[in-house]
Design a protein around this ligand. Structure first.
Ligand SMILES: [Zn+2]
Length: 373
């Protein structure tokens, strides 16, 4: 079966280019060579050049006062000796935090340079050329409760913080007994009541809360006041943004002994007072080849599915890139006859040009797939 995105080069090459052959790869990626069914060649040989493969990035670990060590103990992240590992940014292209490829021929390359170089070959025609990779994927360990916060939508973020808006979704991977998610204002809480609570510090009573279960998916549209409670480990999929307005920090102090900065005026502006309480998103499991598929969340920015696999299934699409996060067990993704392992706590980016790839669980595996709709 032909792959429309395979690039071909005609001529006297006798070997595939190596990653250090930058000029050649740059020319190939520039699009000046034809994509499609292959060129009309007048020379005596052609060969496919397809440098993209299922990409795995080095985790970007963030230490914050609410973090712990479960990114290591549960998700096998390579932690140092500290006690406050809060986030592992799996796929990121945000200001100075840009993911770097961990292995394979593109090891050492950063995501920003890859989307600049490969454009739609990587992102897909339905995503289009972008200056910035559109999604941010993280794992979080809330050893302590996070601050109560709210994120702006796109329009307000551009005015207030020169960043993108931030709609996010969580998939709960671990929840200790009694742990809580705070999501949304209770019904009837007005801007005036919320503003008053920020002055008195009586914010918690205004927040809707529930005890999450492993597997719950929680959608947090921009404008939703929220906090992740102590004892929760989750996967977070969001717009590529770090626009966070902290409104309440439970009276604690930061590493330097003083309270962390709050952003009350911006938060009052960013909050959606009509949205009300947020509940876990119900999901129905449909049978597919190899297991089941659940549509967990869908919005303008991303769509998330969960595949529970006991046999081989398919991931990826020629129209758009696909992020695959392993959340239980381990699997391998097969592309061009090669196998790319993915184990719990790992993420791979399937460039659009790869098209559908087979994913084979090793025993059983559960993965999340994330795409831009
Ligand atoms: Zn958030």
């Amino acid at each position: 079966m032909r792959r429309p995105a395979t690039r071909w080069i005609a001529g006297s090459l006798s070997v595939l280019p190596k990653p250090q052959d930058r000029p050649l790869l740059d020319i190939l990626a520039s699009g000046r060579y034809k994509t499609g069914p292959g060129p009309k060649v007048t020379t005596n040989r052609t060969m496919p050049i397809e440098p993209l493969y299922p990409l795995h990035f080095r985790p970007i670990l963030k230490r914050l006062i609410w973090g712990g060590r479960r990114l290591g103990s549960i998700l096998d992240k390579p932690l140092g000796g500290e006690s406050d590992y809060a986030e592992s940014w799996e796929v990121a292209d945000h200001k100075n935090d840009v993911s770097v490829v961990a292995d394979g021929p593109l090891a050492g390359r950063d995501l920003r340079s890859l989307i600049a170089e490969f454009g739609e070959t990587l992102l897909g025609s339905s995503v289009g050329v972008r200056a910035q990779f559109p999604l941010l994927v993280k794992f979080l360990d809330a050893h302590q409760v996070l601050s109560v916060q709210v994120h702006p939508d796109d329009a307000k973020a551009r005015v207030l913080v020169e960043d993108n808006g931030k709609t996010e979704a969580w998939v709960i991977l671990h929840a200790e007994p009694g742990s809580l998610i705070y999501a949304g204002l209770r019904p009837g809480v007005t801007r005036e009541a919320f503003a008053e609570s920020l002055e008195t510090g009586e914010v918690e009573p205004l927040l809707h809360r529930f005890a999450p279960k492993v597997g719950d998916c929680v959608m947090i549209p921009a404008g939703t006041v929220h906090a992740i409670g102590a004892g929760i480990v989750l996967a977070e999929i969001q717009q590529m943004s770090d626009a966070t307005f902290r409104v309440y920090d439970w009276g604690r102090v930061g590493a330097d002994g003083s309270p962390r900065t709050l952003h009350k005026p911006q938060a009052l502006e960013a909050t959606d007072y009509e949205a009300g309480p947020v509940h876990p998103h119900p999901a129905r499991a449909d049978a597919i080849a190899g297991g089941t598929r659940e549509r967990l969340a869908s919005c303008d920015y991303f769509a998330i599915e969960r595949l529970r696999l006991t046999g081989a299934a398919e991931v990826g699409s020629l129209e758009r890139f696909t992020l695959v996060l392993a959340i239980e067990g381990a699997a391998e993704i097969v592309h061009d006859g090669a196998s790319y392992p993915i184990a719990r706590g790992q993420t791979r980016l399937l460039p659009a040009a790869l098209g559908p790839c087979e994913i084979r669980p090793i025993g059983e595996a559960t993965v999340l797939t994330c795409v831009v709709p």
